[in-house]
Write a protein that binds this ligand. Sequence first.
Ligand SMILES: O=P(O)(O)OC[C@H]1O[C@H](OP(=O)(O)OP(=O)(O)O)[C@H](O)[C@@H]1O
Ligand code: HPA
Ligand SMILES: [Mg+2]
Length: 180
Amino acid sequence: MIRDVQEILLSKEQIQERVKELGEQITKEYAGKEPMLIGVLKGSVPFMADLIKEISVPCTIDFMAVSSYGASTQSSGIVRILKDLDSNIKNKDIIIVEDIIDTGYTLKYLIENLMSRKPASIKVCCLLDKPDRRKVALDINYRGFTIPDAFVVGYGLDYAEKYRNLPYIGILKREVYQTP
Ligand SMILES: O=P(O)(O)OC[C@H]1O[C@H](OP(=O)(O)OP(=O)(O)O)[C@H](O)[C@@H]1O
Ligand code: HPA
Ligand SMILES: [Mg+2]
């Protein structure tokens, strides 16, 4: 465990096992369909990479980049599109793949934005759900873990762009982001 992490919340093994289960659930529920998974950059990259290997129906992937945190542990509440999809999603079955749903601002914005493009359906798959900090109500179809209200890093999740490469999810020490 690295020095900036206070506690490991989810080990590499716990994550891998749960991702496998989520992939199996999606495979069952999308039998006969060809879903398009939309990953939300950059946090969802490790999750997306592992998840698609556990899905055995044919699927496609695309990415969108949105950002509301920047170098902060608090959402600005303002979501900006930094990169749009490459493909048209009209009449497609979409699964939005997120690393974490915290305030919910990012996902709410994304769902409204993607709905206007008239897909056949939109479902949400998130690895982490932090319900204590939710500001907007949302339906989550596939949820990896529910976590307590702490700022977490690793497995894609960053603080000021760092720690995304950790293979586990850990709670970041407060002293890393709080000035005394
Ligand atoms: O529910 P919310 O409060 O909106 O927070 C969740 C979003 O915030 C993070 O992204 P961030 O904006 O930090 O971009 P990143 O994925 O590039 O780190 C995270 O990856 C989610 O997309
Ligand atoms: O706890 C978090 N960690 C990293 N990024 C985040 N974006 C929203 N919540 C978090
Ligand atoms: Mg971030």
